[in-house]
Structure formats: structure tokens, C-alpha cells
Design a protein around this ligand. Structure first.
Ligand code: BDP
Length: 716
């Protein structure tokens, strides 16, 4: 009996050590540090024998612990800590704390606090690796970089790496509520256990900070942009301060969303008018109170006069008046105000795509120095595809920051595989033409195009209490890609996907290439089965789960999908040319001409800008109707090919993660088919044309799709 038990335990222990196929739940993210193949151990081990660290600040201790943990896991042997630079040692620190690093006279200028150098060097003839920075935070980032090189099996013998962030504020925006629900969250509850804070600090907060530091994220807005004033009361400031204490040594600052009417709701004032002296004094005192608890508090994020939120326009004041009042309050503490440009109003009969530009452009240059205007990547709302927002390039005197949505509100929640690296890259590489060729959105965001003094990129987080953090394994890649592109807005989606796939799953060639190909095609597949050819905002109401192109009964015209697709007997699409809403004129002239002409607009944006006849000839030679149906079908087929690909990768991935992903792909397949069938059935009532040869009829009559209800869909 005992022997059988022992044998069973031995078998289990062996299985547990067997490496890539061991069961995993995704908690370790891209920081798994599983053992490097035996054949490569010999290459890395001599280069990582010891760690010599400069000082023992909390940050430096974290960097050293990470190197030990990482190298221990990857190479099976933790490096010793040494006082001196032996052959194969890693030296990590700043020149001020480490004479050995100072003696190397490395070119650290221009790297700021957060950047770093990694160099292979010789000290007294002995080969060492140096991670040098101006501040311990930079050294921590460098430590993660060195580990990533080994995680992705790069050589580390002759390193000469210089890296500094291209963007200053690299922030997650949590749309987390105080009751732990998450607006548009598909990964369980909020990870902030507000109720137990500040007394209980869930150890998971440390892992959160560590993961973010590993990709260079340096700030987090803790609460929903649809904010409650309670977040600014003393008990909640104490809770935020507890989180700030955990995050500080990882180089991550805490920010809060501020509710504009807080002076009334928790301050007992009668107004929140930004020009009222009492209101201004209240915000100043509130800022002082926050900074007493959180000396490095980052500042406020504000959603004002948008979708029913209070704001300065309630008092006939401008966005600039509102932003500047808050900016004044945090300025003595070097805080910033991130003022969102996501505004549209039902009193304004204008095309919703035009409204942010119309409201903000006249205020260019009117904002205080510590205000940055936060603009979504496109002019509507985080759709599977949008052309870049016309404000980018149009505000030379006001710093703009990017807002991406990492959580997939409009791209199938957590169960659809859609790698957003390609979406981010598409937005960042778009050419605004504001100052001629090459005036890309990336140049706007990194500040180089207009000489912005403040730069930033925000991502609406997809993080929750689920064991795998993001609700699905592949959605971790979107968090990862956001961080990498915020650090370097010129990074491309493919190498990021490759890094991530290697670290998260496997370095085997048979895995990496097909997995990366699958990721790279995945978002276009979603566009195909949801909103091909520039269609947008066609999802069901409220929860945004599934198709609802027929919806026409919502209180505001511009909440209804019919407002956006405008299908009729003649054709489909939103005319935003001069003959229509003229949204094209908000772009720089060359871009306006390109989008405004049906002959030059990219087909992927066709129906965003034009109302097009059903028989219009597409580049393929098909009619618009046939092309539309073909694209819907291509989306479904795209999911089928992901399913086949994934099935073929089973031997490279642990059974637990493999099975969950396969099950999610099956959900995606059903839902892609649903999107395609419902959309084709609906649009056919306008086109009155047959389906092209080879395209199957929708499974159900249109009425069936229209009758579906999902009162318990998540995130709403
Ligand atoms: C929309 C979301 C809504 C957000 C809003 C925003 O549906 O939940 O509050 O964006 O960004 O896409 O403020």
C-alpha cells in the first residue's frame, strides 16, 4: 500500500517537473521562468553566475529577487550574491551607488529615471553583464529585459542595449467600481478588494505590480471613469494609499478618476462650478489631503459632460475651465489632469464622429501646462476597426494622450481570440499628415511631432480576479502588447506577439510560428465577422454582446446601430464626405481627400465614410453586396482555421490551458456564425439580392436573432 502510494507520488513529482506540458492555470502570465532546454543551459549559465547589486533600496531588492527567481527557474541554479565582479557576474545598479559601474563611464544621459543600458563588459579582464541606470527603477526594467532575452532564447554574450520609454505616462485605466464590479470587465471581479483595504493587502497586488513593471507600465487609475465621489473621501483615500505603498517600489503611481460634482456630493457645496472660489478651494484642499496620504499621487482622470457625467458645461463653462481648475489643485504637487475627449451630446444633432473634434479643437492651447487630453484611438468608440481619431495631429498646442481599450468590450469579450497588437499598431502608424508625410499618430503620442511637454498612453485594463488575470490566456497578450507599445510606440505587433508566445507557452519553432500567425490574423477575423468594410457600432444594446444591427429604438439617435450603417434599398454606409456629415474635413487635407473619395478610401474604411450602392464594384471585382457577404463568411472560416491550428499545437502546451483555449475557440466559432448569420439576414432585407455562390443561408430567420435576450451578460 505504502509503496504504491510512494510510486504514485513519484510519478506525480516527475510529471510536475516535466516542463512545458505541466498543468498551468495562467496565473504566472509571461513571467513563468520554466527551465531552458538542457542544450542551451551551457550557453547561459556561465554568464549568470552571480549578482552584484548597488545598494538595497526596496526597488533594488525587488530587482535582485526577480533576477534570482528568473534565473533560478530558467537555468535551474540561482546566482550567488557577490560583493565583487567575478567572471559571469551580473552587475546591476546606478553609478552613484556602484563605483564599478561609475568606472565604466556608460552613456546614461537621456535615459531618464526609467531607462537603462545592458552591456557586456570586462572588469579586470573578467566578462560581466552590466545593467546600468540613473535610478533603481531603470535597473528594475533592465532586469526584466535581461530575463526576457533568456526567456525568448536570445544570446546574451555581446549585449549593447539602450532603452528608454518613448512615452512618459504609461497607464492602465481600471473601470472598476467600489462594489468590485467592473464596467466592461470579463475577467471576474475587480482585483481591488476595497472592502478589506487598507488593512488587508492581498498579495496579488504585488504580482500585479510586478507584471506591470515587467512591461514598463508606470501608473494605474484605480477607479472607473464613471466615478463615484466616494473615491475621494478619507476612507477611500486611505485604501488608495495602501495600494500606492505596494506599487511604489515597482515604479507605479496611483491615480484616481475624479467625479466633477464631488464638491456637491461629498463637500456640501451647492455648486461644482469651476470658476466658483469655494469650489476651487475645495479641490485644492482635497488635493492636499490626497498628497498627504500619497506623496507621489499621479493625478486625476476625468470624464466630464459625456454620457450623463457631470462637468463644467453644466455651468456653461468649457472643458478648459474644468480641467484647469483641477490642474491648479494638483500643480503644487506636480500632479497631472488627464481630461477625456470622449464626449458627445444628444443636444447636438451633429454626427457623433465629429463631436470631440468640434468641442476640443477650439481650445487648443487653452489648457494649463499639467493637463493632457486623453483621446480614444478612433472617433466613435473602441470598435473592432476605426480610422484614427481626427484630433490626433489637430492639437499642436495641447498635449494629447492615447486611450486604447484592452478589455474587449466590442471584440467578443474574453472568449474571442483577438490579438490587439495589430489594432494598436494600425492606430499608431496611421499618418495624420499634420506636418507632411510621416506625421504618424505615434509621433503625436510620443510628443515629437508637436514638442509636447507631457506624453501618455492609457489602456482600459482587462484585469480581474480570474486566476488567469484577463479572463482568457490569449487576452494576456493584449495587456502585454499595450505595455510594450506604451514603452515604445514604434514597436510592431508581430515581434511583440512572438515574445509573448515564447514566454507564455513555448519556444519551440513548431509552436511559435503558427501561434504568432494565428494571433496576427485574429483581429482581422473579428472585423470580418462583426463589422467588415468600415461598418461599426452594430452590437446589441447595453451589454454589447452579439449583433443588433436592427436596433432603432434607443433614446438617443446615435446609440442606435441603424444610425451608423444607414442601410436602405440603394446601399449601405455612413456618408461622411462633404455631401454628408463632412467628418472627413476634420482630417488634414491630404487625408480628407483620401478618405473622402470613394476611389481612394481604403476598402477597410469604405462604409465608415461613404454610403455605397449594393452593386458598387469592389477591388475584387465582386459587387459590394457579394463582397460584404464574402467577408462575413471569411470571418467564420478564419475562426475555423484558428481552431484547426490550435488543435495541431496540443503537444506544445499543457493540457489545461490547451483545452480551455480550444473550448473558447468553439464559443468564438458559434458566435462568429451568429454574427454572420444575423447580419447577412438583416442586410439582405435591404439589398434584396441573393447570397453569392458558395455562401450558406443563415441558420435561422431574422426574427429568431432579433428575439435573443441576454439580461445577465457580463460587464454591464
Ligand atoms: C463606452 C463604454 C462605457 C464607457 C464609455 C467611456 O460602453 O461603458 O463608460 O465607453 O469610455 O465604450 O466612457
Amino acid at each position: 500500500m505504502f509503496r504504491t502510494l510512494l510510486r504514485a507520488l513519484l510519478v506525480l513529482a516527475f510529471l510536475a517537473l516535466a516542463g512545458p506540458v505541466r498543468a498551468e492555470d495562467g496565473y504566472d502570465l509571461w513571467l513563468r521562468y520554466r527551465p531552458v532546454e538542457a542544450s542551451l543551459q551551457a550557453q547561459y549559465r556561465p554568464m549568470t553566475t552571480a549578482i552584484v547589486a548597488g545598494g538595497d533600496s526596496p526597488t533594488m531588492r525587488i530587482a535582485v529577487a526577480e533576477l534570482r527567481r528568473g534565473l533560478g527557474g530558467l537555468l535551474g541554479a540561482e546566482p550567488v550574491s557577490g560583493p565583487s565582479a567575478d567572471a559571469g557576474a551580473i552587475l546591476i545598479g546606478t553609478p552613484t551607488r556602484m563605483p564599478a559601474i561609475a568606472a565604466l563611464r556608460l552613456p546614461l544621459e537621456g535615459l531618464g529615471r526609467e531607462g537603462y543600458l545592458i552591456r557586456s563588459a570586462r572588469i579586470e579582464g573578467k566578462p560581466v553583464t552590466v545593467i546600468a541606470a540613473n535610478d533603481d527603477i531603470g535597473a528594475l526594467h533592465g532586469a526584466f529585459h535581461l530575463l526576457r532575452l533568456i526567456q525568448t532564447r536570445q544570446p546574451i554574450e555581446a549585449l549593447d542595449i539602450r532603452s528608454a520609454p518613448g512615452v512618459q505616462l504609461r497607464l492602465l485605466n481600471h473601470w472598476d467600481n467600489l462594489d468590485r464590479s467592473v464596467e466592461r470587465g470579463y475577467a471576474g471581479q475587480s482585483i481591488w478588494d476595497w472592502w478589506k483595504l487598507p488593512d488587508f493587502k492581498d498579495p496579488r497586488y504585488i504580482d500585479y505590480a510586478r507584471a506591470n513593471a515587467s512591461i514598463g507600465i508606470n501608473g494605474t487609475v484605480l477607479n472607473n471613469v464613471n466615478a463615484k465621489a466616494d473615491s475621494l473621501t478619507a476612507p477611500y483615500i486611505a485604501k488608495a494609499a495602501a495600494l500606492a505603498d505596494v506599487f511604489r517600489p515597482y515604479g507605479i503611481r496611483v491615480y484616481l478618476s475624479a467625479r466633477f460634482s464631488a464638491p456637491i456630493e461629498i463637500g456640501g457645496l451647492e455648486t461644482a462650478d469651476p470658476l466658483d472660489p469655494q469650489v476651487r478651494a475645495w479641490w485644492k484642499a482635497k488635493a492636499d489631503e490626497i498628497y498627504r496620504a500619497i506623496p507621489d499621487f499621479g493625478g486625476f482622470l476625468v470624464k466630464a459632460n459625456s454620457e450623463g457625467q457631470p462637468g463644467p458645461q453644466d455651468y456653461r463653462r468649457s472643458h478648459a475651465d474644468g480641467a484647469d481648475m483641477l490642474a491648479d489643485a494638483v500643480a503644487p504637487h506636480r500632479g497631472v489632469v488627464m481630461w477625456r475627449a470622449f464626449v458627445y451630446s444628444h443636444e447636438t444633432p451633429d454626427d457623433r464622429a465629429r463631436q470631440a473634434y468640434s468641442e476640443f479643437k477650439p481650445f487648443d492651447g487653452r489648457f494649463a501646462d499639467n493637463v493632457i487630453v486623453q483621446v480614444k484611438n478612433g472617433a466613435i468608440d473602441f470598435q473592432p476597426r476605426e480610422p484614427f481619431h481626427p484630433l490626433f495631429g489637430a492639437m499642436p498646442k495641447t498635449p494629447l494622450m492615447m486611450e486604447f481599450q484592452i478589455t474587449k468590450e466590442y471584440l467578443g469579450f474574453a472568449t474571442h481570440l483577438a490579438y490587439l497588437g495589430t489594432l494598436f499598431e494600425e492606430a499608431l502608424s496611421a499618418d495624420t499628415q499634420a506636418k507632411g508625410n510621416g506625421s504618424t499618430v505615434a509621433r503625436v503620442i510620443d510628443g515629437s511631432l508637436h514638442g509636447y511637454r507631457l506624453t501618455g498612453m492609457a489602456g482600459v485594463a482587462n484585469i480581474g480576479s480570474d486566476r488567469n488575470w484577463s479572463g482568457s490566456h490569449f487576452d494576456q497578450a493584449n495587456w502585454y502588447a499595450f505595455g510594450r507599445m506604451a514603452w515604445d510606440p514604434d514597436m510592431k505587433a508581430r515581434p511583440i506577439a512572438e515574445e509573448w508566445a515564447r514566454m507564455t507557452f513555448s519556444n519551440e519553432a513548431g509552436f511559435v510560428a503558427p501561434a504568432v500567425d494565428m494571433m496576427m490574423a485574429s483581429r482581422e477575423t473579428v472585423v470580418d465577422y462583426m463589422t467588415p468594410l468600415g461598418l461599426h457600432h452594430l452590437m446589441a444594446s447595453g451589454h454589447h454582446y452579439g449583433p443588433g444591427p436592427w436596433v432603432d429604438d434607443l433614446e438617443r439617435a446615435d446609440w442606435n446601430p441603424v444610425y451608423y450603417h444607414r442601410a436602405d434599398g440603394a446601399g449601405i454606409g455612413f456618408d461622411r464626405t462633404k455631401a454628408g456629415s463632412d467628418a472627413v474635413s476634420q482630417y488634414a487635407p491630404p487625408v480628407a481627400r483620401m478618405f473622402g473619395d470613394i476611389a481612394t478610401v481604403p476598402e477597410r474604411d469604405l462604409l465608415w465614410f461613404h454610403h455605397v450602392g449594393w452593386d458598387h464594384r469592389m477591388a475584387s471585382g465582386r459587387t459590394l453586396w457579394d463582397e460584404l457577404v464574402m467577408r462575413y463568411g471569411r470571418g467564420v472560416r478564419g475562426v475555423e482555421s484558428m481552431q484547426q491550428r490550435w488543435a495541431g499545437l496540443a503537444s506544445f502546451v499543457d493540457a489545461e490551458r490547451h483545452a480551455e483555449i480550444a473550448a473558447f475557440l468553439a464559443i468564438q466559432h458559434n458566435e462568429a456564425r451568429w454574427w454572420r448569420d444575423a447580419s447577412v439576414a438583416y442586410f439582405q432585407t435591404f439589398s434584396k439580392r441573393p447570397l453569392p455562390a458558395g455562401e450558406v443561408a443563415p441558420e435561422h430567420p431574422l426574427q429568431w436573432y432579433k428575439a435573443l435576450r441576454f439580461p445577465y451578460a457580463p460587464g454591464h
